[in-house]
Design a protein around this ligand. Structure first.
Ligand SMILES: Cc1ncc(COP(=O)(O)O)c(C=O)c1O
Length: 442
């Protein structure tokens, strides 16, 4: 009898006993390849010696010092490193303990920025359907995942509006070009801003590459550039949520680099500390920082564990390894290998409608019928069966349902560690193929 209030109280889970490279070993000795990094977290696998050493060294020096009294060396060094590579005018880093906290900070900082500069009527946030920004109330309000929102709707922030995602496989008309589709859905932002009224919108938030809700969906070319243009035209801040797709996962340190578009605020977590410590961050533009410094001089926010020295030491070590070992090159090379292997295994599969993603962030979308793109009956819970079959075969992947609208559709997300080899990639796809076929047969 457990006294833990587990995430899924009715599930019987193996006990994670230790990590060994890209594998987790349970207490019975069974090995699981972590092909999803948990939920796109463990980008260096589970036993990286340099990261473990850095954490131990930090504990020996000092574990924690509250940020209202002290700054600390790993936090300062990590901010320098993140800003050195950051796109656009992102210059300051606000450290928190995870993705939802980073998004909450983004929403509040966007709001406070407009109060500071004398535009307090800006109160709306525009976001997209089929997105996920976290589970705290602000982040959940921004998110467009209907399933996650439904029962909490009465508590959610009423000044959030949702527009269409950029999900070409489902929503692009057959005769429409990708570029025309991208402009059409981006222009929903402008229509929404205009409908809400001049100077009433504070920010637009989006995941540059959509993660868990839809499964590794990159934007079509030109979409994010148009979004940036619209935000600029209306004085609206652009927030990118790179909690899942950032920090190298999609082949560039910041996912938005691939599209050549820089935001005003950018949230990161997951791969930042690779799971060795809970850590997230919000990068803010020089202009936003200046407005705070020259205004009230204080961002009215904060958490006890922000800028936690041990968490920052872990993240600093993770980010050093990624740079020193040129792991982004491996993300791109193994990402291509993974795309090819998925194409070979599932390209002609009757029940795989789409194979997509960037870098080591890939997904397959499962369909009952390829031609009509008809999804499986949600009552079948195909995604849960794939997860079970994969775990039985020693594979961690990240299947989800509700891909299309929060209720219908299934996909399987892969986000393996950046240290995978060609042989690892092939084993992952072999096991996934068996798991999908077994789930479909069940
Ligand atoms: C895009 C995105 N934003 C925010 C979050 C929330 O992060 P956390 O679970 O660390 O609070 C997640 C988590 O999956 C995410 O994928």
């Amino acid at each position: 009898m457990t006294h833990v209030f587990h995430r899924y109280p009715l599930a019987e889970l193996p006990t994670a006993a230790r990590g060994d490279g890209i594998e987790i070993v349970d207490s019975a000795g069974k090995r699981y390849i972590d092909a999803s990094g948990g939920a796109a977290v463990s980008c260096l696998g589970h036993s990286h010696p340099a990261v473990i050493r850095a954490i131990k060294d930090q504990l020996d020096a000092i574990a924690f010092a509250h940020t209202s009294f002290f700054t600390n060396a790993p936090m300062e060094a990590l901010a320098d490193m993140l800003v050195a590579d950051a796109p656009g005018t992102l210059r300051q880093v606000y450290f928190v303990s995870g993705g939802s906290e980073a998004v909450e900070a983004a929403l509040k900082l966007a709001r406070q920025y407009f109060v500071e500069i004398g535009e307090p009527e800006r109160r709306h946030v525009v976001a997209r359907r089929q997105s996920y920004h976290g589970n705290t109330i602000g982040a959940l309000s921004a998110g467009g995942n209907e399933w996650r929102r439904a029962q909490f709707e009465p508590l959610l922030i009423p000044t959030v509006r949702h527009i269409a995602p950029c999900y070409a496989y489902r929503d692009k008309a057959p005769e429409e070009s990708e570029a025309a589709y991208g402009l059409r859905v981006a222009d929903e932002l402008e229509a929404t801003i205009e409908a809400l009224g001049p100077k009433s919108v504070a920010a637009f938030i989006a995941e540059p590459v959509v993660g868990a809700t839809v499964g590794a969906v990159p934007p079509v070319p030109g979409y994010l550039a148009r979004i940036r243009e619209i935000c600029d035209r209306h004085g609206v801040l652009l927030i990118f949520d790179e909690v899942m797709c950032g920090m190298g996962r999609t082949g560039a340190l910041y996912a938005c680099e691939v599209d050549g578009v820089a935001p005003d605020l950018l949230a990161i977590a997951k791969g930042l500390g690779a799971g060795y410590q809970p850590v997230g961050a919000l990068l803010a533009s020089a202009e936003i920082y200046r407005a705070i410094c020259e205004g009230s001089g204080f961002f009215q926010h904060g958490h006890t564990y922000m800028g936690h020295p041990t968490a920052c030491a872990a993240a600093l070590a993770v980010q050093r390894v990624i740079r020193d070992d040129s792991l982004l090159a491996n993300v791109n090379a193994m990402g291509e290998r993974l795309a090819d292997a998925l194409e070979e295994r599932f390209g002609n599969h009757h029940h795989v409608g789409d194979i997509r993603g960037r870098g080591l962030f890939r997904a397959i979308e499962l369909v009952a019928d390829r031609a009509s793109k008809e999804p499986f009956d949600p009552a079948r819970k195909l995604h849960a069966k794939v997860k079970r079959e994969a775990m039985a075969r020693g594979l961690m992947c990240y299947p989800m349902g509700g891909t299309i609208d929060g209720r219908r559709g299934d996909h399987v997300l892969l986000a393996p560690p950046f240290i995978v080899t060609e042989a690892d990639v092939d084993t992952i796809v072999d096991r996934l193929g068996e798991a999908v076929d077994a789930a479909l047969a069940g």
